[in-house]
Design a protein around this ligand. Structure first.
Ligand SMILES: [Zn+2]
Length: 169
């Protein structure tokens, strides 16, 4: 049986949970930019014209989502916003060499379930940690290798986490 208290006390789980929360806030802002071109135009203008985009993002999150985030988190989110504003909508084919490089970095294990990925390259998938539709291929460290089943279920799972966390904001 899973010891939930122990699981939630783990620093690693807390970090994951917090990162998901940041991604969730970012996703909410992306949805707003998509639905409201005028808002997106304003954010783009801020990106081009403000001296410190990190502080701008910190203020934007406070104003739009009523969340106070640290300057480190704002710095991270600013790179995501920048990626969103610059992203192309067509997917790049990720070369096999990238898949192999991630494979050895991850010791041949799936980043979600931890199972061995095996050696059938067709069944190993390079996944965008922060979804492609939000940041495109603009972030260099945004890839991980997943097994076949985790890759199939990831989008449903992520949407579920996003949806449940949105209720907390
Ligand atoms: Zn897996």
């Amino acid at each position: 049986m899973i010891d939930l208290d122990k699981l939630l006390a783990s620093e690693e789980v807390k970090k994951e949970y917090y990162k998901t929360f940041l991604v969730c806030m970012f996703q909410k802002m992306c949805v707003k930019m998509e639905r409201n071109p005028e808002f997106k135009r304003k954010v783009r203008q801020l990106y081009r014209e403000t001296y410190n985009f990190t502080v701008t993002i910190q203020q934007l999150i406070l104003r739009e989502l009523k969340q106070k985030i640290s300057i480190e988190d704002a710095k991270l989110m600013a790179t995501w916003f920048k990626a969103n504003l610059n992203k192309l909508n067509n997917r790049k084919t990720i070369p096999l060499s990238v898949k192999k490089e991630l494979y050895s970095k991850q010791n041949g294990k799936c980043m979600i379930c931890g199972e061995d990925l095996g050696n059938d390259w067709a069944k190993i998938h390079v996944d965008h940690i922060i979804p492609f539709k939000l940041v495109g291929d603009e972030l260099p460290d945004n890839y991980q290798d997943l097994c076949d089943s985790c890759n199939t279920y990831k989008s449903a799972r992520t949407d579920f986490i996003f949806k449940s966390m949105l209720k907390l904001i």
